[in-house]
Design a protein around this ligand. Structure first.
Ligand SMILES: C[S@@+](CC[C@H](N)C(=O)[O-])C[C@H]1O[C@@H](n2cnc3c(N)ncnc32)[C@H](O)[C@@H]1O
Ligand SMILES: [Zn+2]
Length: 266
C-alpha cells in the first residue's frame, strides 16, 4: 500500500487517535503532526533515532545478502505461512524484503513495514505495495486496534502484547528465529555473537496469549564468496567486525518459521 492507503490503520504515537494524511504530513485530531520524509516513509518516532538502530551500512549489507538468494527458502516459507492474509504488518522489517516477497506472492495483499531505523525505512518505502513507517516496537505500535490480519517478525524484537492489540481477532503472527546452526561457520570463524540456546524459551515468554499452530524448520547450505561473507558480518550486531579480511565460506541457513494465533480468552 502507499502511505495514503495506510490511512485508517495508523494511530498517533502520542495520543492513540487515528492519523490522517495531508500536505506531506500525518496528523491526529488533537494536533500532533509528523512529517513524511521525501523518500516516502513516515517517521513516527517523535524524537531522534536511538543509536542501536541499524545504520545505512548495515542496511546496505543486509540488502546485498538477501539479494544473493541465500535466504530465498526462508522467504518462501514465510510467504506460505501468510497465505490468505491481505493486510500485513512487518515489525523490525529492515529493507522490507520478506514483506515484499510475501506480497509478490499475493497480488491483493498490502503491507506496512515498521522499523526503528530511518535507513531501513528508506529502502522499505521503495517496495511495491508497502507503506514504510519509523517507530519503536517497544512503545505502543502506531496502529489502531485490530487493524491488521498478520504480523510478521523476522530476526527482530517482539512485543507480544502490542502484536495482540493490533491483530484482528482471526489474525496470525509469523515469527522467524535462528537455530544454533544458523550461519555457524561464519560465526565461529570470525568470533561473532552466539545464538542464545534459550531462545525458544524466551520466545514463548514474550508471546503469552498466543498459541503456536505451525512450525517449519528451513535449512540450506551455500558457498559464499568473500564479499558476501563480509556482508553477512556487516549486516548484524557484529558490524564492527566487517573490517576483517573475509574469506569464502560455507553459509548455513538454519531457522524456524512459527505461526501463532491469539488465544481468544487471553
Ligand atoms: C536483524 S535485523 C532484521 C531485519 C529484517 N527483518 C530482515 O530479516 O531482513 C533487525 C531489525 O530490527 C530493527 N529494530 C531493532 N530494534 C528495534 C525496535 N526497538 N523497534 C523497531 N525496530 C527495531 C533493526 O533496525 C533491524 O532492521
Ligand atoms: Zn495525537
Amino acid at each position: 500500500m502507499s502511505l495514503s492507503d495506510a490511512e485508517g490503520l495508523l494511530a498517533c504515537p502520542r495520543c492513540g487517535e487515528a492519523l490522517l494524511l495531508a500536505d506531506g504530513a500525518a496528523a491526529c485530531s488533537t494536533g500532533h503532526s509528523f512529517d513524511v520524509a521525501r523518500q516516502g516513509y513516515l517517521n513516527l518516532l517523535g524524537g531522534p533515532q536511538p543509536h542501536h538502530a541499524d545504520t545505512p551500512a548495515m542496511v546496505a549489507a543486509r540488502g546485498r545478502v538477501l539479494a544473493s538468494g541465500a535466504f530465498d527458502g526462508v522467504a518462501d516459507a514465510v510467504a506460505r505461512a501468510l497465505v490468505g492474509c491481505r493486510l500485513l504488518l512487518e515489525v523490525g522489517a529492515g529493507t522490507g524484503w520478506y514483506l515484499g516477497r510475501a506480497l509478490g506472492a499475493f497480488p491483493e495483499a498490502t503491507g506496512i513495514a515498521l522499523d526503528i531505523s530511518t535507513a531501513a525505512a528508506k529502502q522499505a518505502a521503495r517496495v511495491p505495495r508497502v507503506a514504510a513507517i519509523v517507530a519503536d516496537v517497544w512503545r505502543p505500535l502506531p496502529l489502531l486496534p485490530a487493524s491488521v490480519e498478520a504480523v510478521l517478525c523476522v530476526f527482530a524484537p517482539r512485543n507480544g502484547a502490542e502484536f495482540r492489540r493490533v491483530l484482528a481477532a482471526s489474525g496470525r503472527l509469523v515469527v522467524v528465529t535462528p537455530n544454533p546452526g544458523h550461519l555457524a561457520t561464519v560465526r565461529g570463524r570470525y568470533g561473532l555473537l552466539d545464538i542464545d540456546p534459550t531462545k525458544d524459551e524466551r520466545l514463548a515468554a514474550t508471546l503469552t496469549g498466543f498459541v503456536e499452530t505451525t512450525q517449519v524448520r528451513v535449512t540450506s547450505h551455500t558457498e559464499a564468496g568473500a564479499d558476501l561473507v563480509r556482508d553477512v558480518i556487516g549486516m548484524g550486531p557484529n558490524a564492527f567486525h566487517a573490517q576483517v579480511v573475509a574469506a569464502p565460506s560455507l553459509l548455513e541457513v538454519d531457522v524456524t518459521v512459527r505461526t501463532f494465533r491469539a488465544e481468544p480468552s487471553a
